[in-house]
Design a protein around this ligand. Structure first.
Ligand code: HEC
Length: 234
């Protein structure tokens, strides 16, 4: 299920907590007694499955969530020129100040890293997911599934990740596309790898001697206006 849906459920949980908090307040403050907190709050209703489906559009690296459909690089070129090149440039080089979609290979370790799909992004699925969810900018989610596959294939082509303009991108063939920077992404394993460092109470042995010393103040680097010098706020 999409993380959007999860956060909607989380939101509902927060509402429930607020409800419980109010009910748990002392009686003298005029709030409902605790027993009443168990009653449903009567807010909202359960989401219908087609409503959930509308939000549940995430695509995962293993392909879970990919829509049906297909499109070739060549078909994608026409869509790209019409709906994307105006902002991202004919070769993904960017028109003006819009984001680039290609280039920047081997720059991540430099002083001026250029992050593009080819140089930085982790998975082919991330690109499909993003374009499906957010592009074209200002008219998001207007592409059909076939247009989505075609234009994404063209974006991969611009990044030299597909060489053949007859290549057809679909839920199966996407597996053959590996982004060069994938190896530098890994799952967050801190809950296992750093578990031994977690403590309930802070370590208070071998502490540095003496009182804490302030080594810098925000005012010195001019991020906090001195009193009387900042703009007047009514
Ligand atoms: C009106 C200008 C505009 C058009 C047209 C447009 N985009 Fe974008 N695109 C943007 C902007 C702005 C962002 C950055 C959005 C953000 O960061 O929230 C972006 C981001 C992207 C990104 C992510 C780039 C990155 O590395 O962060 C991709 C991929 C992308 N667009 C693909 C497309 C495709 C494919 C189309 C055509 C179907 C398209 N865009 C049409 C403006 C546009």
């Amino acid at each position: 299920m999409s993380r959007w849906v999860s956060s909607a459920l989380l939101g509902a949980g927060i509402l429930a907590l607020i409800g419980a908090g109010v009910a748990a307040a002392p009686k003298s403050a005029g709030h409902a007694p605790r027993a009443e907190a168990a009653k449903p709050l009567g807010i909202g209703r359960e989401a219908k499955s087609d409503e959930i489906a509308g939000w549940d559009i995430d695509v995962r690296p293993d392909g879970k969530g990919l829509p049906p459909g297909k499109g070739t690089v060549r078909e994608g070129e026409a869509i790209y020129m019409q709906q994307c090149a105006g902002c991202h440039g004919e070769f993904g080089e960017s028109a003006g100040r819009w984001p680039i979609l290609a280039g920047g290979e081997n720059t991540l370790g430099s002083n001026d890293p250029v992050k593009s799909i080819g140089s930085f992004w982790p998975y082919a699925s991330t690109v499909i997911d993003y374009i499906r969810r957010a592009m074209p900018f200002g008219n998001a989610q207007s592409l059909t599934n076939d247009e989505l596959y075609a234009v994404t294939a063209y974006v991969f082509y611009l990044n030299d990740l597909i060489k053949d303009e007859h290549f057809e991108l679909n839920a199966n063939s996407f597996k053959s596309i590996k982004l060069p920077n994938e190896r530098n992404f890994r799952d967050d394993d801190r809950d296992v790898a750093e578990k031994s460092l977690w403590r309930k109470s802070p370590c208070m042995t071998n502490c540095l001697p003496g009182p804490a010393r302030i080594t810098g103040r925000a005012r010195v680097i001019d991020v906090t206006p001195e009193s009387g010098k900042g703009p007047k706020v009514e």
